[in-house]
Design a protein around this ligand. Structure first.
Ligand code: ATR
Length: 274
């Protein structure tokens, strides 16, 4: 693309694994937006310097990935309500006189579930596994979708209780440990990082019914261990987090460009490259 295109980038460390350049290029092509987008590996103690330099030389927006989401939260001059709730920023947007910090992870999950997978969330009994940063990032958009209830289950139950307390003004949300789980759920979202180590929390199959929809926020080139567990125990609807990744990027693109790209085909294209 030409040098005078609007400049965007993703900051992270490491950054080689990032799929953001591929998906943002796909969105730009699809919507005929002339942008340039690069991946930049930033020294862990140089986030502010790198962001200052990027924006002062005309940069229009950044995606932020590990380990800088908290740095970006502190860097932003203003925060969207969902970024405040998430306590983390994955998108920075250059406005006329300030930098806006947003978090599109949660809405990415919800849009993938509603628009691509066509799973209903409204009125559903919903279980979220895990109570770390990834789960904090999805709770506001999840509760906005008006589930009947949200249970947050975590190995360290105190962390789940703190999260439930922080979001209880937005809906019916409670906390428990894995052994305390009772009844079955329509939607189960795995937000633990356990699958990165090939592990699963100790879950009873009784939390599933045959129409339960099981979503893993992680993705891989085959079924994740959580999806395997769900299928083995009779769940017919399972998905991994590749769609969430694409949809969070689509929301960032929308915040920068004011145009909402189609995500379904981009997910299929990325899937083939895993
Ligand atoms: P992230 O940013 O990915 O959310 P995090 O904030 O470190 O990372 O949170 C990791 C989550 O995965 C936590 O809910 C953690 O449970 P604890 O709070 O009890 O530590 C969960 N997790 C990680 N490994 C796990 C395992 N082997 N079994 C169950 N839960 C696990």
């Amino acid at each position: 693309m030409a040098k005078n295109n609007d400049q965007y980038a993703v900051f992270g460390n490491p950054i080689n694994h990032s799929k953001s350049p591929i998906l943002q290029a796909a969105f730009a092509e699809q919507t005929q937006q002339a942008i340039s987008y690069s991946a930049r590996c930033i020294d862990v103690d140089k986030f502010n310097t790198a962001a200052d330099q990027f924006f002062s030389t005309g940069g229009k927006g950044l995606n932020i990935t590990v380990p800088f989401k908290l740095d970006a939260f502190n860097y932003a001059d203003q925060l969207t309500a969902r970024a405040k709730r998430a306590g983390a920023v994955n998108t920075l947007i250059k406005k006329d006189h300030y930098i806006m910090g947003d978090n599109t992870d949660g809405v990415g999950l919800i849009n993938d579930i509603k628009n691509n997978l066509k799973w209903a969330l409204s009125g559903k009994k919903t279980l979220v596994l895990g109570a770390g940063g990834a789960v904090r990032g999805i709770l506001e958009p999840l509760l906005s979708a008006k589930p009947e209830l949200v249970v947050i289950a975590n190995r360290s139950v105190d962390k789940a209780e703190i999260l439930a307390g922080s979001f209880c003004d937005l809906g019916n949300v409670s906390a428990c440990s894995y052994p305390e789980l009772s009844g079955c759920f329509d939607i189960i979202v795995n937000g633990t990082s356990a699958s990165l180590d090939g592990k699963l929390p100790n879950l009873s199959r009784d939390i599933l019914h045959s129409n339960s929809c099981c979503y893993d926020m992680m993705y891989a080139n085959r079924d994740t261990i959580f999806m395997q567990w769900a299928k083995k125990n009779g769940a017919t609807n399972t998905a991994d987090g590749l769609g969430m990744l694409v949809c969070q990027g689509a929301e960032s693109f929308y915040q920068w460009r004011g145009v909402y790209p189609e995500t379904y085909e981009v997910i299929q294209k990325l899937r083939l490259q895993l």
